[in-house]
Design a binder for this molecule. Structure first.
Ligand code: 13P
Ligand code: SF4
Length: 298
């Protein structure tokens, strides 16, 4: 299977992009592995004819928006992100009517239609920098209310309004204060994703995007890490840093990220099925918001 996938990639001049939560066998065959921001930046730079995104739909949509002239496919059509589904264009319009002077910041975990209504997008790696870069004092921020709370704590001088108020990722909502207590009792550092609940974030030793976790783990401190995000992240950290100790939470599984198998990847490369198709108008508007984010470079 691996050989066939490599041969298909070469024959079709295809690039395979995988998120940090993909299975390790998919990551091993990918040309790019990273967090949402890293995948977006690399998608912009690729010269491949075919882009296969092993992640969830919003990641494939972002790659398509940044490469309107290239074919972008997702191996499993219904690999979605329940967090992205919390935000609709109507909710953004309603919030804008209430706060006409506010800026609209849309987390990349969102649909293309929602991004098209954003002034700028952000990822968990750059949310604070993106919000700081804006002149407005009031920021409509969606769909993740926990990431919004994190930004609010970091930038108390602005008002961050979560849209909708309760948008969340079920995987990260599963982390509790009891997990923090158990981790600290075991002597490990608590490293959490900003999608975790605010009370968990407040007790954490480090809050980082998945890419931020990869970078911080390289800095050489020796204590064990309890990693509060999707458990595949820990598999990746163990491969990258074999001398270090990382603990995962076995229940922290993103079901949609796990939908793509090696067989699906091979089939996708062969058939080129499940192409991402978006309206040119939505893509043009969403691209402005994504490129503005990339230009902030935070
Ligand atoms: P990252 O951008 O940190 O990889 O997060 C994406 C995501 O879906 C987190 O659940
Ligand atoms: Fe969406 Fe949560 Fe899965 Fe990330 S972990 S893709 S936010 S459902």
């Amino acid at each position: 299977m691996e050989k066939e996938i490599r041969a298909l990639k070469a024959r079709k001049n295809a690039v395979v992009m995988a998120h940090n939560y993909q299975s390790m066998e998919i990551q091993a065959l990918a040309d790019v592995v990273g967090d949402s921001l890293e995948l977006a930046v690399k998608a912009k730079e690729t010269g491949a004819d075919l882009i296969v995104v092993c992640g969830v739909r919003f990641m494939a949509e972002t790659a398509k928006i940044l490469n309107p002239g290239r074919k972008v496919i997702i191996p499993v059509e219904d690999a979605g992100c329940p967090l992205a589904d919390f935000l609709t264009p109507d909710l953004i319009r309603e919030a804008k009517a209430l706060y006409p002077d506010a800026a609209v910041v849309v987390y990349v975990n969102s649909t293309a239609e929602s991004k098209a209504l954003a002034d700028i997008t952000c990822t968990s790696a750059n949310a604070v920098g993106v919000v700081r870069s804006l002149p407005q004092d009031t920021i409509l921020f969606g769909p993740d209310a926990n990431l919004a709370a994190y930004v609010q704590r970091e930038i108390p001088e602005k008002t961050i309004v979560p849209v909708p108020p309760g948008g969340h990722c079920y995987v990260h909502m599963g982390f509790t204060l009891a997990d923090v207590k158990a981790a600290k009792k075991s002597g490990s550092m608590v490293v959490c994703h900003p999608e975790c609940p605010p009370e968990v974030q407040e007790q954490a030793d480090l809050i980082a995007s998945t890419g931020g976790m990869v970078r911080s783990a390289a800095t050489g401190r020796d204590e064990p890490w309890s990693v509060f995000t999707e458990r595949e992240m820990v598999s990746r950290l163990r491969v990258l840093y074999p001398g270090r100790v990382f603990y995962e939470k076995p229940e922290a599984v993103c079901a949609d990220m796990k939908k793509i198998s090696l067989a699906d990847l091979r089939q996708a490369l062969e058939s080129e099925e499940h192409e991402v198709v978006l309206s040119p108008e939505v893509m043009d508007r969403a691209r402005r918001a994504i490129e503005r984010m990339i230009a902030v470079g935070a």
